[in-house]
Design a protein around this ligand. Sequence first.
Ligand code: GDP
Length: 277
Amino acid sequence: FAPVLLHFLYSAATPYTTLPSVLLLGPSGAGKTALLTLFERGPSSPSPAQTHTSQVTSSVELAVAQETSYTTDLDATGATAKKFLLVDTPGHPKLRAANALSYLSSAEPTIKSPLASDHGAKSKLKALVFVVDAAALADGDALPQTAEYLYEVLLTLQKRFHGRKGSRAPASMPVLIAANKLDLFTALPAALVKSNLEAELGRIRAARSNGLLDSGVGQDDLNANDEVEGWLGGDGSEKFSFAQMMEFDVEVDVIGGNVVGDGPGAEKWWKWIGERV
Ligand code: GDP
């Protein structure tokens, strides 16, 4: 009887958890849905290459093993695979941003499993993939709009650090910026995507802190928290760089690739994800 009771108490106290997840973010049109579909099916392969047992509209259950391609049939190779959920954030862009950000503000981010079979169980968030359109970033409004969204995402991750309770650091949250559409000759290479985004995030940061000062709040009225509120990255740094996010346990990598057409493909993204789930 005692073991049964113990088991009962244990399961009552431990919320049921499901597979870990990786969240896809980014402006609409960047290629999130295309990427999800590619990883699910493999490149134009007639039969699904990935082992996946269930699927809902915008998320898939995938399995990744060390040193294998997303096109590898893991069942056939018998490799030890790690399973995870790749979750898109569908809906209106504004809503999508709000939804996604609400997941990220907790010290140990979880999302409600989108798999019906999980009955809303919590899935631990392991990494973010922020997809950008490297061709669109070459001109026009795409750069400021993309950077604005990325700023919110990174700032939310940074704030988790200040909001933590006790001495326990929040879970580290790696972010992959997937510079997509490198098959297009107009696309910026990953290094330029990185430096352009860093420069634009720096501009947003400066504009926000000026805005705070212009709003009539004197420098003396600003307490440490206000400064922490909107300032992304390291204090006192003139230029913003992704490396500054390491201070908050947020590792940012920018890797180029493409979902359709000829180019570097999606293998590096797959490997990056596989190392973090
Ligand atoms: P989402 O809004 O982020 O989910 O973007 P979608 O996945 O719907 O993609 C938007 C458009 O970009 C679609 O027409 C895709 O076919 C196209 N697209 C996605 N990835 C690539 C790519 O690597 N290269 C090119 N040339 N087009 C792409």
